[in-house]
Design a protein around this ligand. Structure first.
Ligand code: SAM
Length: 314
């Protein structure tokens, strides 16, 4: 019944507002150590009663817990914030999605601003500095060992690099890998460059800011990774043609399908942005084969289905 659903939608929206504000105001960082209600009130600047109610709401939602009159993050929340993916960015992305649903429903308009693009890029990237990020990427390549070997001593082209979660994680375990990354949003590419410098791998990672369709370095790369779910329909054919010509003959291309339920609200947002919503990996492989790639295999990995292809030798 719609009247009952409204109560649960409202609770979800309010919980997201609580979590997002707590993250934005630094409460989650502050509560990494145990604090009394008075300390929290001082830190937040909220009236004592409101601060107590905020703490109670965080406890009720599994974000914080109370022991001996002190409040701290639950193990679950602390683990999520320190995990392999940027959970704080995923909170921001959830807020962004809610805003986009509203805007698309009102006007049909769902374009991302540069700061929205940064939220999406962060939310969909591994954190290369998190312990285990390199090992996770390595495990993903158990299904594509020939590409891993080609990357180990060769040149990788990362198309739609975002904040370079994948490339930088790989660079931490492949000390001789060199990569060129392509990202169209300057503020997003700037974060990738900053992270490369923090990890001490800037000399091996060439961060380029341009539309992938305009990249021109023929037959120069041993392998490529294409963030295909983030490329709108009108730019896909020219992007695929660019990847094909950038690879040396026999060079590999890995693409991934983003798993997720076929939820109508996700579809509403993706299709307003002209993105290929939940396109099955077999259809992505067909799209690439029709453009001249040779399919080597499709595999279901822990990170979702992937397809490995190559530029034909002749
Ligand atoms: C969300 S990232 C993918 C995650 C990334 N592979 C990682 O490992 O962190 C995808 C990026 O593709 C970029 N993109 C979309 N269309 C593009 C185009 N035509 N040229 C270059 N980049 C593009 C988007 O701006 C977005 O930042």
């Amino acid at each position: 019944m719609v009247t009952e659903s409204l109560a649960s939608w409202a609770r979800g929206a309010q919980a997201l507002a609580l979590l997002s504000a707590a993250q934005e105001k630094g409460y989650t960082t502050y509560l990494a150590s145990a604090r009394t209600a008075e300390e929290f009130a001082d830190f937040s600047g909220l009236p004592a009663r409101t601060a107590g109610n905020v703490l109670a709401a965080l406890v009720a939602h599994g974000v914080a817990e109370e022991a001996d009159g002190r409040f701290r993050l639950t193990e679950d929340m602390a683990g999520a914030l320190g995990g392999l993916v940027d959970f704080a960015a995923q909170i921001d992305e959830a807020v962004l999605r809610a805003r986009l649903v509203g805007s698309i429903t009102r006007t049909g308009e769902g374009a991302l601003t540069p700061s929205d693009a940064l939220v999406v890029a962060r939310a969909n990237a591994l954190r290369p500095s998190a312990p285990g990020a390199g090992a996770l990427v390595e495990a993903l390549f158990e299904s594509a060992p020939e590409m891993w070997a080609a990357m180990a001593d060769g040149r990788l082209l990362d198309v739609g690099s975002g904040v370079s979660g994948f490339v930088l994680s790989a660079a931490t375990v492949l000390p001789h890998m060199r990569a060129t990354t392509i990202e169209v949003v300057p503020t997003v590419a700037a974060v990738a460059a900053e992270r490369a410098s923090e990890l001490g791998v800037s000399d091996r990672i060439d961060v380029r800011v341009l539309d992938a369709r305009d990249f021109d370095e023929p037959a120069a790369f041993d392998a490529a990774f294409w963030a295909q779910p983030f490329f709108p329909v009108p730019v896909r054919a020219a992007t695929i043609a660019m990847i094909l010509r950038s690879l040396r003959p026999g060079g590999y291309l890995l693409v991934q399908q983003l798993d997720g339920p076929d939820a109508p609200l996700r579809r509403l947002v993706a299709e307003a942005q002209q993105l290929p919503f939940a396109k099955p990996i077999d259809d992505v492989a067909l799209e690439l084969s029709a453009a001249g790639f040779e399919l080597i295999r499709t595999v279901r990995t822990d990170l979702g289905p992937v397809a490995l292809l190559r530029r034909p030798l002749h």
